[in-house]
Ligand binder design. Structure first.
Ligand SMILES: Cc1cc2nc3c(=O)[nH]c(=O)nc-3n(C[C@H](O)[C@H](O)[C@H](O)COP(=O)(O)OP(=O)(O)OC[C@H]3O[C@@H](n4cnc5c(N)ncnc54)[C@H](O)[C@@H]3O)c2cc1C
Length: 385
């Protein structure tokens, strides 16, 4: 049996951030992942300036974007019609998760974290993790950063997520594109999925094409994906379609129990409007690690959850507001008037981009949207037969 201060399960953005932050404070950390790195993760790989700032703060260095494509333009489409092309927006980086996650994992090892990747978990208890090779790891605090299908969340709450509120995304990675990849725009298509959207993100040597949204109102997401592939002018057999759940606003108000904390997708911390998850995964990993270190320092590991939950309050507030706004933004009833106002109003478009870049947060966006609601409602009622 090996004793650590903290065990982190999952070495994605949340887990590597948590492990690095705790190790930098002198804590002994075990980082477990069933995969070996580099490993791929189904994801658009859109890395915002918010993510870039968190990355720098947590890992102490600039993210390596030499394998990424960076754009300061984004095209918005709706139902096969171009709504607007936004120019000079804050830079958006299209990364491959294979490289990005491997870099974060390497930072964790460099910080002194002990590597238990490529190891499946045989048994999980409140204080110990037994690996398939028979070794047993014990710790004062456990951080579950094992993604949307989290076994730590399942152990605590009986299930990893709620099937009624979870999101889902489908993606292909294709070397083909209807346009030259060098000039191909970064593109978002509203209405490619119900309560969600479609995306086409140029990468170096490929394009990531996907649709995603709430799972329950999209029982035919595969068909929507095929329609979207056709809309983009790509052949039907353009690439292998893969799917993954996405906790699209489905966050846990209490992310853990006593000395067991959940971070990233395991805690449901994905933006319910933009689908951005990498930024909050890293940030929540850092906050979970800080809470764990503080609780251990005061000899009271069981207080970790209280400390962690308190530090998450701004993120939770943002996600709550975003979930409310989503009812207006994605509701089929209001979509037409919102899309109209998106194509007409520079303010609405700029606000959306600043939100994505992390320059404004949801409370400010909410104030803006709320001031426009009477007009949306009026337009909506005018259209109601
Ligand atoms: C289709 C799609 C597109 C997306 N596009 C974007 C985007 O463009 N930009 C963005 O910011 N976000 C995007 N997201 C969300 C983003 O991918 C996630 O929010 C982010 O990966 C969460 O990081 P994480 O560290 O919490 O979990 P993950 O990245 O899922 O990492 C979890 C880790 O835990 C490991 N693990 C799982 N189970 C176990 C186990 N039993 N034992 C040991 N290890 C385990 C896994 O191997 C994995 O390495 C997208 C998601 C989807 C599904």
């Amino acid at each position: 049996m090996t004793q650590f201060d903290i065990i982190v399960i999952g070495a994605g953005p949340a887990g590597s951030a948590a492990a690095t932050w705790a190790a930098k404070q002198g804590r002994s950390v075990a980082l477990i992942d069933k995969a070996t790195f580099p490993r791929s993760k189904l994801c658009g790989g859109l890395f915002t300036e918010r993510s870039r700032a968190y990355y720098h703060e947590i890992f102490g260095q600039e993210v390596d974007l030499s394998h990424a494509v960076t754009r300061d333009e984004m095209a918005f489409w709706h139902d096969g019609r171009e709504l607007a092309v936004l120019k000079d927006i804050p830079p958006l980086h299209l990364t491959m998760r294979l490289d990005l996650d491997a870099a974060m994992f390497t930072h964790a090892l460099d910080a002194g974290v002990e590597d238990f990747t490529g190891q499946a978990i045989a048994e999980l208890t409140e204080t110990a993790v037994k690996l398939r090779d028979g070794s047993v790891l014990k710790s004062a605090v456990i951080i579950g950063a094992d993604g949307v299908n989290s076994i730590v969340a399942k152990q605590l709450f009986g299930k990893s997520f709620d099937t009624k509120t979870i999101g889902f995304g489908l993606e292909i990675e294709t070397p083909l594109s209807a346009q030259d990849p060098a000039t191909q725009p970064l593109r978002i298509d509203f209405a490619a999925a119900t309560w969600g959207y479609g995306w086409s993100f140029p990468k170096q040597g490929s394009t990531t094409v996907g649709v995603g949204g709430l799972r329950a109102p999209n029982p035919d997401m595969k068909d929507q994906m095929q329609r979207y592939i056709r809309t983009l002018g790509l052949p039907p057999e353009v690439g292998k379609v893969k799917g993954h759940h996405l906790p699209f606003g489905d966050f846990r108000p209490t992310p853990g129990r006593a000395h067991i904390l959940l971070a990233g997708d395991a805690a449901g911390l994905v933006d319910p409007i933009t689908g951005e998850g990498i930024a909050f995964a890293m940030k929540s990993g850092q906050l979970a690690a800080q809470a764990a270190c503080d609780a251990i320092k005061s000899n009271a590991p069981h207080t970790a959850l209280g400390l962690y939950n308190y530090s998450l309050k701004d993120i939770h507030r943002n996600l709550r507001i975003a979930r409310t706004l989503r009812r207006i933004i994605f509701a089929p009833r209001w979509q037409k008037s919102l899309i109209g106002s998106f194509s007409r109003s520079g303010t609405v478009r700029t606000m959306y981009m600043r939100l994505l870049a992390g320059e404004v947060e949801y409370p400010e966006l909410a104030r803006n949207v709320l001031s426009q609601i009477p007009r949306y409602l009026l337009n909506g009622f005018r259209r109601t037969p």
